[in-house]
Write a protein of this length. Structure first.
Length: 181
């Protein structure tokens, strides 16, 4: 069995009875200690065969990276960038304006509605960028994020938005991640 896997499982008393959301908090610990594909594959086998975790649980604990950046890490960096953009000294959030909540409770507004609100409220380029980041954060993965941004750009073009506003919704790092998938 994998010594690293055994050490982590025993340290945090992980069991196959735990649900995937509980196990997901230990993903970074495994990825930090399992530095290459061979070690990760060995650890997956150890979790499945030795500790009797299901395949679903194993894929949550040790995601298949396939030579690309961990999606969780990328989305965390996007979230940090959005927060930094909205709270940096060069950009002050106007009084009464809140950064949109990217959670499902806020998902009632369609992308078309968002485009109309951007133009109706005459949002600044920085505000549009924050709104676009919130849209990115509401997506489950980079492909969906890229698709939602493309749809927002199309809606804005159809409504006659300036190219400056449309360009504010472009995030090359999201497009790159979506293309890698």
């Amino acid at each position: 069995m994998s010594a690293v896997t055994t050490k982590i499982v025993e340290k945090y008393t992980l069991t196959p009875k735990m649900d995937a959301s509980e196990l997901s908090q230990y993903t970074s610990e495994f990825l930090k200690n399992l530095t290459d594909d061979r070690k990760r594959n060995q650890a997956r086998r150890c979790l499945r065969d030795g500790f009797k975790f299901s395949s679903e649980q194993v894929s949550v604990i040790i995601p298949n990276q396939r030579g690309r950046v961990n999606k969780t890490k990328v989305m965390h960096e996007v979230l940090c960038s959005a927060v930094n953009l909205a709270t940096s000294d060069s950009y002050q959030v106007p009084d009464g304006y809140q950064i949109p909540d990217p959670t499902p409770q806020n998902s009632e507004e369609t992308i078309g509605d968002l485009a109309q609100r951007i133009l109706r409220d005459k949002l600044s380029v920085k505000d549009v960028r924050v709104e676009a980041y919130a849209l990115v954060l509401s997506a489950p993965n980079a492909n969906a994020s890229s698709s939602r941004l493309s749809r927002l750009r199309r809606e804005l073009r159809n409504l006659g938005a300036s190219s400056e506003i449309i360009d504010a919704t472009k995030f090359p790092e999201i497009t790159k991640e979506a293309n890698e998938i």
